[in-house]
Design a protein around this ligand. Structure first.
Ligand code: PLP
Length: 394
């Protein structure tokens, strides 16, 4: 009975054109990939490898050194016997990078988001969340007992109305992605922080798609928008721009981080980050703190892609962000076009419901500092040909 039910559910997914399959990569992560089963020299436009650090030789060397010196792993959670000097050093480095008081590591940012709301908020408190926040924020909020308000995406009037309603609660926390991963748009943090000040609320941002490259020194959305001193809590990942291995963290006021070490369930009940992973992230942060040249080269490439695609007649959602969603609407069109792009050596992925709203299917292109101008031009050319062939362009 279960098998029959599952088969029919799977059939529905296939029928709706929203089936997600895994393509197998037989090389390192990078701008040029080798796919298992033959495809070589594929240009990759779908990794969160914004700064190209996932296969950076110094990052790999740091991982190997950490592996040799500190072993494969800790076989323990942090508070039993799973904390090494490198974990403490990395937490200090993260806090320093974000100019915050302290930081706590997790196995992923998904875990950081799962842990924070429940540890911080009680039924006396309130959380106000952007409706398009990442699934892990939504899940984290579900786990807490605070009063929940959902405001319309980046709609400051609606946020203000909800903040007024939430005045009756003890503490208010506004939670938003700094940059939204499906749309490439950036939260209006200045306005959010002004409202938070007016209604005595705290601001939390998820910086997974901002840390390392947004803002003049790559500190993130809060630096880009000049509100580093107004955002109280940052959660982010080590699994995207910062070396791409894995791991997440919360950084903010010291008493909050101390509390998370006592109460946060994914921290208390899950294994420590493996040394090699710590080594990667630590080296990535060193590279970024030495120079902002990598982050700046990515911005110029993003601009090249966005302007050429717009000139070709495509609608690219968001603004000035290396996430460049090519909006197509129809789920099947997005999936067929992505497949055809791969036939032309360009690896991109179509996104459809339930990852994005129904009728808003798209192909998400992600630019990296290690793409060459020729890579970007080849991508635009392939989109133009494929778009004409499938009727997305006249
Ligand atoms: N938050 C956002 C906005 C993300 O895009 C992601 C990853 O997709 C996560 C959290 C989870 O990060 P991690 O991969 O470190 O669990």
């Amino acid at each position: 009975q279960l098998r029959r039910r599952l088969e029919s559910e799977l059939e529905e997914i296939r029928g709706a054109g929203t089936w997600k399959s895994e393509r197998v990569i037989a090389s390192r992560q990078g701008p040029h990939l080798h796919l298992a089963g033959g495809g070589a020299g594929i240009i990759n436009f779908c990794a969160n490898n914004y700064l190209g650090l996932s296969s950076h030789p110094e990052v790999i060397r740091a991982a190997v050194e950490a592996l040799e010196k500190f072993g494969a792993g800790l076989s323990s959670v942090r508070f039993i016997c799973g904390t090494q000097s490198i974990h403490k050093d990395l937490e200090e480095k993260i806090a320093c990078f974000h100019q915050r008081e302290d930081a706590i590591l997790y196995a992923s940012c998904f875990d950081a988001n799962a842990g924070i709301f429940e540890a911080l908020l009680t039924p006396e408190d309130a959380v106000l969340s952007d409706e398009l926040n990442h699934a892990s924020i939504i899940d984290g909020i579900r786990l807490c007992k605070a009063n929940k308000y959902r405001y319309k995406h980046m709609d400051m009037q609606d946020l203000e109305a909800k903040l007024k309603e939430a005045q009756k609660h003890r503490l208010r926390l506004v939670a938003t992605d700094g940059a939204f991963s499906m749309d490439g748009d950036i939260a209006p943090l200045r306005e959010i922080c002004q409202l938070a000040q007016k209604y005595d609320a705290l601001v939390f941002i998820d910086e997974c798609h901002a840390t390392g490259f947004l803002g003049p020194n790559g500190r993130g959305t809060d630096e880009l928008l000049g509100v580093m001193d107004k955002v109280t809590i940052i959660n982010s990942t080590l699994g995207k721009a910062l070396g791409g291995a894995a791991g997440g963290y919360t950084t903010g006021p010291k008493p909050l981080i101390d509390l998370l070490r006592q109460r946060s369930r994914p921290y208390l009940f899950s294994n420590s980050l493996p040394p090699a992973v710590v080594g990667c992230a630590s080296k990535a942060l060193d590279l970024l703190m030495e120079s902002n040249a990598i982050a700046q080269s990515m911005a110029a490439k993003t601009q090249r892609f966005r302007s050429k695609m717009t000139a070709a007649g495509f609608t690219i959602s968001g603004k000035d962000h290396p996430i460049c969603p090519v909006m197509l609407g129809d789920a099947r069109l997005a999936s067929v076009m992505a497949e055809d792009m791969l036939n032309r050596g360009i690896y991109v992925i179509g996104f459809s419901y339930p990852v994005v709203p129904k009728g808003k299917a798209r192909i998400r292109v992600q630019i990296s500092a290690v793409h060459s101008d020729e890579d970007i031009d080849r991508c635009v050319e392939a989109f133009t040909q494929v778009g004409r062939k499938h009727g997305a362009l006249p």
